[in-house]
Design a protein around this ligand. Structure first.
Ligand SMILES: [Zn+2]
Length: 404
């Protein structure tokens, strides 16, 4: 039973309401369920608390609406925010405490018309290992990625929607480089924000309020003799230009950018004013990422997808697949799912693709060229996971379109 449920029962049996205990119970429940975030949000008639488990929001409890201000006040005290300020967004951090499961919390408040919405992101310092081999990459992707990371220079881009595992993958790549290069390697990052402190790496966090922006940080960083540079995100023309220039002048640059598809990173950089010949000679690869939920080990069972969904699959897949999904059990909080794993699309810039980039071919054509050169698409790698019974077909369709 959830800690919050037994706490609320004790209150209705006559015990006094204690807000710090109530908030701690919410966090302890979220940590026990392996949730990544807690959303506390005033709805019409209740203060709803939802937790994100394996990427999906689920309701934890509905509290009386009149507790909204007290709960947000308590959360702000925990994270050193100004508790009487309720009409502008605030961001804060609460250190790990044994009162709520030894996790670190990143807290953001946001004023809505019904009162403040609180989102608490949970970081478990004991549970973060950044190992490229544990992300769920298939052998071919991993092998290619390790080869690209061994290059002395060039720009490697990761792309995918928010929550697709880009930060974890980049941190794992950096840890791999440190494990190989050790003290002989100079590795620097510029991030927004720094999500995790890594050993032997100079990490900086931009602060636009003090005009410490990506371009300003990177221009100074270039004078710090770095070999490997990680840029949290390329989202403006100036940062794009510096990243490309650094990649062309003997640095390995790793970054992320937002684009609808993996091949779309090239159009995105062209739109930021990067010349095609600079793009073709600096970018060494683009890695598309998505996260899917694996079936729960305890309750996964055979099933048959609906005929409509089956018709999306090639015949040889339909015939060879052993479709499985989780039925739901106490081990998986009745979700049917266990841990998350990555599905990838590794686009390597070789001679042929370089030519296609120089010709400014549209993203779709670049993708076709890459497929001819042997690239496996997100959809094909996702389908392989379905065929192995690792995840249901519906889960792949939730995050990847057959057209991708
Ligand atoms: Zn289960």
């Amino acid at each position: 039973m959830y800690r919050i449920t037994s706490y609320l029962n004790s209150v209705s049996a006559g015990a006094a309401m204690d807000i710090p205990n109530l908030v701690n119970a919410l966090i302890v429940d979220a940590v026990a369920a392996n949730a990544s975030d807690i959303h506390i949000e005033p709805w019409e008639t209740s203060l709803v608390v939802r937790i994100r488990i394996s990427g999906v929001l689920t309701e934890l409890v509905h509290l009386p609406l009149e507790l909204a201000e007290k709960v947000s006040g308590r959360v702000k005290v925990m994270s050193n925010l100004i508790s009487y300020v309720t009409d502008i967004p605030q961001e804060g951090h609460a250190p790990a405490s044994k009162d709520y499961g030894n996790v670190e919390l990143r807290i953001s408040t946001f004023p809505t018309v019904r009162g403040e919405k609180i989102v608490i992101r949970i970081f478990d310092p004991a549970n973060r290992s950044f190992d490229l081999r544990t992300l769920g990459f298939d052998d071919e992707t991993l092998h290619t990625l390790l080869k690209l990371l061994a290059r002395p220079s060039g720009l490697l881009l990761l792309t995918g929607p928010t929550g697709s595992g880009k930060t974890t993958a980049i941190y794992a790549a950096l840890c791999h480089l440190i494990s190989k290069g050790g003290a002989a390697m100079s590795l620097s990052t510029v991030e927004d924000p720094v999500e995790f402190h890594l050993p032997m790496i100079s990490q900086a966090q931009i602060n636009p309020a003090k005009e410490f922006t990506y371009p300003i940080a990177l221009r100074s960083l270039m004078r710090q003799d770095p070999e490997v540079i990680m840029i949290g995100e390329i989202r403006d023309p100036e940062t794009a230009a510096i990243a490309v220039q650094a990649g062309l002048t003997g640095h390995l640059v790793i970054s992320t950018t937002h684009s609808g598809s993996t091949a779309g990173v090239f159009a995105r950089l062209l739109n930021m004013g990067i010349e095609p010949f600079l793009l073709a000679s600096s970018v060494i690869g683009a890695l598309g990422l998505r996260l899917i939920r694996k079936n729960c080990d305890y309750c996964s069972e055979p099933y048959e997808p609906s005929p409509g969904l089956l018709s999306l699959l090639p015949e040889h897949v339909r015939e060879t697949a052993s479709f499985r999904r989780g039925g739901g059990c106490s081990e998986c909080v009745h979700t049917g799912f266990g841990q998350r794993t990555a599905v990838t699309e590794m686009m390597v810039v070789d001679e042929v693709l370089r030519d296609a980039i120089l010709q400014k071919l549209p993203s779709r054509s670049l993708q076709e060229v890459a497929i001819k050169q042997g690239m496996k698409t997100l959809w094909n790698i996702g389908l392989a996971r379905v065929v192995q019974g690792q995840t249901p077909l519906e889960e792949i369709l939730r995050v990847i379109s057959p057209d991708d």
